[in-house]
Design a protein. Structure first.
Length: 84
């Protein structure tokens, strides 16, 4: 089982994609910037740990595991030298 405080590369891609879609459709963003590219803004929010999305994993035994996103992002950035 994947630890609850770590993200897979697929979850990172899904987080960034979902958040950039939200921003492109007019959702407010949580970083101060003059940039208008939704993907860049989503990456900035990721690095600042401000992504307002919840991750729920369904395990093979049908158990639902909720991931602590802020801690998982922190661990991702720590293990990948701050890169996405």
């Amino acid at each position: 089982m994947w630890p609850k405080n770590q993200l897979t590369r697929f979850e990172v891609a899904r987080l960034l994609g979902a958040r950039s879609l939200q921003i492109a459709l007019g959702a407010p963003f949580f970083v101060k910037t003059d940039i208008s590219n939704p993907i860049t803004i989503a990456k900035m929010e990721f690095k600042e740990k401000l992504i307002p999305i919840t991750i729920k994993r369904e395990m093979p035994d049908k158990e639902i595991v909720v991931v602590d996103v802020k801690t998982a992002i922190w661990n991702w950035l720590d293990s990948h030298a701050g890169e996405i």
